[in-house]
Design a protein around this ligand. Structure first.
Ligand SMILES: NC(=O)c1ccc[n+]([C@@H]2O[C@H](COP(=O)([O-])OP(=O)(O)OC[C@H]3O[C@@H](n4cnc5c(N)ncnc54)[C@H](O)[C@@H]3O)[C@@H](O)[C@H]2O)c1
Ligand SMILES: [Zn+2]
Length: 369
């Protein structure tokens, strides 16, 4: 069996490449090594056993070469973040997926196409109000956040909402460029998969962390952003009050989810959450990292927030569990693996301070009143 992993040099793609090789697949990687993620060029973890193609999913010729002779495609290549890079994210994510599907239809039939989506498609996801039951609130407005009213509120009675695990049937609330581009990728994959009878699956990953998360990118990858600051004696910068929660899933478990849906007929034309189902606050993540680094550093909170950020989001993972997958690595263990890895990296620099100026100028980060 031959598999193509687009974005196979990145965090999730590279772990998936290792898993596929271990399972006896022949593996091709298509990756354009975008910066700043790959500031130092081709990363050392690309295995010799895999065929590496330096190329772009926006380019049909590159994709044509990459798809030749392939049975399974795992489409991980994407651009994302909070920056107002609207054309860039849409171009890389939507056009890349469109190219891939067009070539599969016209020339390269496959046994399965698995596309990486994101929990970002939900926006705020699912909550409950003690008075009004289940609610899918809108993203919090800038005026609300400016008043430091961090919790999502019931649109009917204005009470603080209680977060619930978000399942795949929850409302779509994609309002950021990244989220909209991910949802488009998903719809292209599932909708056209059905229309053209191509077995396709979309996976909505929760916040993924683990060894190989780029230590050069100050715009995404919370473990590395916090860690590169801490390892340079600087406090991590926290938005809101640090009590916002996320579902942090270990990268190895995300790789296994890809294989599980590739091998399951039941999964065809379905969308699955890939998360632990557990809520972890940003402050707890920092505490876990600080403990492993043996550092006594207090995070810095400066009354800042990011418009478009969600307050709480964690996955209901029962659908993926029903086809035999489960998360295996708990946060403490996963953070250990990440810390052991980053300690092996030489010359760890802190790029966040420099990026901050731009983040503020672009209103990616704003101050409260
Ligand atoms: N890491 C997360 O928390 C998370 C959460 C939800 C969804 N996702 C999705 O998972 C996928 C993988 O993310 P990751 O965390 O491994 O990111 P990453 O940045 O580590 O890896 C992405 C890889 O794609 C490559 N790439 C980007 N644009 C490309 C293009 N046009 N052509 C070819 N290669 C290109 C990059 O060089 C990089 O190696 C992405 O689709 C992302 O949107 C990630
Ligand atoms: Zn209410």
């Amino acid at each position: 069996m031959k598999a193509l992993v687009t974005g196979g040099a990145g965090l999730i793609g590279s772990h998936l490449v290792d898993l596929l090789l271990e399972k006896g697949f022949q593996v091709k990687i298509l990756d354009s090594l975008v910066e700043p993620t790959h500031l130092k060029g081709k990363p050392p973890w690309i295995p010799k056993e895999a065929e590496f193609i330096l190329g772009d999913v926006r380019n049909m010729k590159d994709l044509d070469i990459a798809l030749d002779g392939v049975d399974y495609v795992f489409h991980q290549a994407a651009e994302g973040g909070f920056m107002p890079e609207i054309a860039k994210y849409v171009h890389a994510n939507c056009l890349g997926t469109a190219n891939l599907i067009e070539l599969i239809i016209k020339k390269h039939p496959v046994k399965k196409l698995v596309v990486a989506s994101s929990q970002a498609v939900y926006g705020e996801g699912k909550y409950s109000c003690s008075e009004h039951g289940t609610i899918n609130p809108d993203l919090r407005s800038v005026s609300q956040l400016s008043k430091k009213e961090w919790e999502s509120k019931c649109p009917i009675c204005n009470l603080d909402l209680i977060p619930l695990p978000t399942d795949e049937n929850s409302n779509i609330g994609a309002e950021t460029t990244y989220a909209i581009s991910k949802y488009t990728q998903e719809r292209l994959t599932i909708g056209l998969g059905k229309g053209y009878d191509i077995p396709t699956v979309a996976l909505r990953y929760s916040v993924t962390y683990g060894p190989r998360q780029s230590i050069f990118n100050p715009y995404t990858g919370v473990c590395s952003i916090f860690s590169t600051r801490m390892l340079n004696g600087l406090p991590p910068i926290v938005y809101e009050d640090g009590r916002q929660t996320r579902d942090f899933i270990y990268v190895g478990d995300v790789a296994k989810a890809n294989l599980a849906v590739a091998e399951s007929d039941e999964a065809t034309h379905q969308v699955f959450n890939v998360g632990t189902g557990k809520q972890t606050s940003v402050l707890s993540l920092i505490a876990a990292l600080a403990k492993k680094y043996n550092l006594d550093i207090e995070p810095l909170m400066r009354n800042e927030f990011r418009p478009g950020e969600v307050r709480h989001l964690f996955a209901d993972n029962s659908k993926l569990r029903s086809i035999g997958w489960k998360p295996e690595v708990i946060l403490d263990e996963g953070v250990d693996k990440y810390v052991e890895w980053i300690k092996t990296q030489s010359d760890i620099k802190e790029y966040f301070s420099k990026a901050e100026e731009q983040l503020k100028k672009m209103k990616v980060v704003m101050n409260t009143n």
